[in-house]
Design a protein around this ligand. Structure first.
Ligand code: 3PG
Length: 208
């Protein structure tokens, strides 16, 4: 296992990408990279997600490629076999965390409460996904967690936009945010890669 702290410092925004048609996988990844975003969390929410992971891993090597929506140990194994370089889960169970920590890739477990943060930190991790960030309490909630638990860094995800990302990024315990707004479904289906590159460019600009 590896802590995911480095993963949190690649980009101010980790795009959360869901691809239905694997033919879109490589152009989406290239459009994000063209816009200056060199990291992806590709969700395992479609039947073809593992195919898309493999394609991006093989054809866009300058992207740090993660697999998201990991719910089971089997999905974690399949994602790593397909080329995932880090794993993201929306939440954790003891069994899933045990298994992910045996794998040789950084792991970003999802947490939403102080108790979950403490349970994951007990396992030696200090980088976590805060999900679903908006509904779970937003920036003020994360700021409050930072008082008793200052050593954990978060990637809040869920309900974040270009407009609200700065409210999170200014917090000392936030290294980056995640969001699906860089790859709108309509733009992917219309194969509007220039729109995705433009959205990536705006997001990359959040880093200053
Ligand atoms: C995730 O899986 O992290 C979320 O679905 C992304 O949330 P968003 O669509 O609100 O950005």
């Amino acid at each position: 296992m590896a802590d995911a702290t480095n993963v949190l410092h690649v980009s101010p925004v980790i795009p959360v990408v869901t691809i239905e048609d694997p033919q879109h996988a490589v152009p989406v990844a290239r459009a994000l990279a063209d816009g200056g975003i060199r990291i992806i969390e590709l969700t395992l929410r479609t039947d073809s997600a593992l195919t898309s992971l493999k394609l991006i891993a093989n054809e866009v090597p300058d992207i740090l490629l993660g697999a998201g929506t990991i719910l089971t140990p089997g999905q974690a194994d399949a994602a790593v076999a397909a080329g995932a370089q880090f794993l993201v889960s929306p939440g954790v169970t003891p069994a899933l965390l045990d298994h992910m920590l045996t794998l040789d890739v950084p792991v970003l477990p999802g947490v939403a409460t102080v108790g979950e943060v403490m349970a994951v930190a007990e396992r030696g991790l200090d980088a976590m996904k805060f999900f679903p960030a908006g509904p779970a309490g937003g920036p003020s909630y994360l700021a409050a967690i930072g008082a008793p638990v200052p050593n954990v860094q978060f990637c809040p995800t869920g309900g974040i936009s270009l407009a609200t990302a700065p409210d999170y990024l200014k917090l000392p315990n936030v290294s980056c945010v995640g969001g699906s707004w860089l790859t709108p479904r309509g733009a992917v289906e219309a194969e509007d890669w220039s729109q995705i590159a433009a959205l990536a460019r705006e997001a990359a600009g959040l880093g200053g």
